[in-house]
Ligand binder design. Structure first.
Ligand SMILES: *[C@@H]1O[C@H](CO)[C@@H](O)[C@H](O)[C@H]1NC(C)=O
Ligand SMILES: *[C@@H]1O[C@H](CO)[C@@H](O)[C@H](O)[C@H]1NC(C)=O
Ligand SMILES: *[C@@H]1O[C@H](CO)[C@@H](O)[C@H](O)[C@H]1NC(C)=O
Ligand SMILES: *[C@@H]1O[C@H](CO)[C@@H](O)[C@H](O)[C@H]1NC(C)=O
Ligand SMILES: *[C@@H]1O[C@H](CO)[C@@H](O)[C@H](O)[C@H]1NC(C)=O
Length: 475
């Protein structure tokens, strides 16, 4: 008896030698207890296995997103998120801020937006302009080891420094570059869907697959801007400096932030309205068939052709923004209609452009961007993170293009936008029956789109111009 017990003891994978030399009676009890324990473990693991097979896994292994970190539990504010709950952190540098601030001025509203542009040192030319964000000088960033640029460390730390300022009632920290243009009303709509007391890291990928492969599909690309919830910023602040030391060999600032957030275990929440715009050439095709999501940001404006022909990029942006102010939720949203009598397909990107094709094209094609641009790094024809259609060199296959000329508000909830035909230098199509030159101007009337529209999954891929009409009228 004693012998067999010893043997079984030695065979036990747990090798609990101590138990083998206890007095016999007590030893038997211990063995009984161990057997009972094993049985309980077995039953428990079987039921766990069964349970996990039939239930959602996240109930068993809650993600850290669900940890709540409320600022002050006695003052929980359940009112909806608005612009005043956002704190912006713009990455700038003393030498370039003066010239670059032209883009920031387009969206910064000193009466409502909060935050700072973070500079490496005091700028030589001081802005007396109240229309630009006030500046802060980054501190404590020079002591970090780095292989590539020191400014990447500095910029990665902006979220930490923004948090440390301790401004009241901040729900989201929004990071961006000095050439990022934010559409703040839409940004608020998007962030309003999420609970800032949970950990969220929200942004977008690069449009060029080569960039996502080189960096990460799980990274929010910094130029398109990204948002970090208060709860996540609080955790990030704790590990930031140690984390920056660990990733000294990284290249970019957004990559460092991504790596640190991944240590906390929070994945990227992708929102398709953030645009890093890692493309070269003309973004026309993309903006003419923007996905049906609110436009949140644009970037790399100086690296791209002007959005409107024969205009500077700054002027193009002003034009786009003039329509955005009239109907923020609808800007660059696509509506499609057909003129069956003339066999025309018409695609409207509200507030930007209209295309007329003198043939009937399926909606799936109209919703696929014309490839008027190349990839960011290698200037190739793809791949992108979305499908594209080639731009035909045959003028008869190309759509007639119209660009926004005027946008006016009508009453409390309507708008009229007028688009003018673009006569480029390109060859014209002279084939019989394909000419539509009689159309020079197109007038689109639409009802203001309620931001609530985005709270539910849109029912259609093409946006109706008003709830009751799906037809386009033109003159
Ligand atoms: C929370 O807010 C209340 C009301 O503003 C204040 O009295 C209290 O001191 C705050 N508590 C902490 C821990 O900050
Ligand atoms: C934003 O919401 C807060 C309440 O959380 C409110 O006090 C404030 O007036 C609102 N600000 C704007 C600009 O709507
Ligand atoms: C920004 O505006 C200033 C004058 O206000 C001008 O000198 C500068 O060239 C502009 N920069 C860009 C990028 O348009
Ligand atoms: C800010 O508010 C003040 C007072 O309401 C107003 O006079 C000013 O025009 C506003 N500024 C902007 C840029 O909207
Ligand atoms: C381009 O703009 C200039 C100056 O605004 C204007 O004189 C010219 O006619 C425009 N060209 C075309 C093709 O629209």
């Amino acid at each position: 008896m004693n012998h067999t017990r010893l043997e079984s003891c030695h065979e036990s994978p747990l090798k609990v030698y101590k138990f083998c030399f206890v007095p016999e009676k007590l030893g038997d009890m211990v063995i009984l207890l161990i057997r009972f324990g094993i049985l309980v473990c077995l039953v428990a693991s079987i039921s766990l296995a069964l349970h996990s097979a039939f239930s959602k896994p996240d109930r068993w292994f809650p993600l850290p997103e669900h940890i709540r970190a409320v600022q002050n539990t006695s003052v929980i504010d359940n009112r909806p998120t608005n612009i005043s709950h956002l704190q912006f952190g713009i990455a700038g540098s003393a030498n370039t801020w003066h010239g670059r601030s032209n883009y920031t001025k387009l969206w910064w509203d000193p009466n409502t937006t909060r935050g700072y542009v973070w500079l490496d040192k005091k700028p030589k030319i001081l802005h007396s302009d109240i229309l630009v964000p006030p500046y802060q000088i980054s501190r404590g960033w020079t002591r970090f080891k780095h292989v590539h640029s020191a400014s990447a460390v500095r910029i990665a730390r902006i979220v930490y420094e923004s948090f440390k300022l301790g401004l009241p009632n901040v729900r989201w920290f929004v990071m961006g570059d000095d050439d990022t243009v934010f559409f703040t009303e839409n940004l608020v709509t998007v962030l309003g869907k999420y609970d800032h007391n949970e950990m969220y890291y929200i942004g977008g990928n690069s449009e060029s697959v080569e960039q996502d492969v080189m960096h990460s599909y799980n990274m929010a690309f910094g130029g398109g801007g990204f948002a970090i919830s208060y709860a996540l910023a609080a955790q990030l602040a704790k590990i930031m400096d140690g984390c920056l030391s660990r990733y000294f060999y990284f290249y970019g600032s957004d990559q460092r932030v991504w790596a640190c957030i991944h240590e906390i275990g929070v994945p990227l929440t992708r929102e398709n309205g953030f645009h890093q715009f890692d493309i070269r050439g003309n973004p026309y095709g993309f903006l003419a068939a923007h996905p049906l999501v609110p436009l949140v940001s644009l970037h790399h404006l100086d690296q791209l052709s002007p959005f409107f022909p024969n205009q500077t990029q700054l002027h193009s942006m002003k034009k786009l923004i003039s329509a955005y102010h009239i109907d923020p939720a609808r800007i660059v949203q696509q509506s499609i209609c057909y003129d069956h009598k003339r066999r025309w397909s018409i695609s409207i990107s509200w507030g930007y452009t209209i295309q007329i094709y003198t043939k009937l094209l399926i909606a799936a094609d109209l919703q696929m961007p014309l490839q008027t641009f190349q990839t960011w790094r290698s200037w190739k024809d793809g791949p992108f993170i979305f499908n594209t259609r080639p731009m035909s060199s045959d003028p008869c296959q190309q759509p007639a293009r119209f660009f926004l000329d005027q946008a006016t508000k009508v009453g409390k909830s309507g708008s009229i936008t007028i688009y003018k035909r673009h006569e480029g230098k390109e060859a014209k199509c002279n084939r019989e029956g394909t000419n539509n030159e009689e159309v020079q101007r197109i007038r689109v009337s639409a009802l203001k789109l309620d931001p609530e529209y985005w709270k539910n999954v849109p029912l259609s891929l093409s946006l109706p111009l008003s709830p009751h009409t799906h037809a386009c009228t033109y003159n």
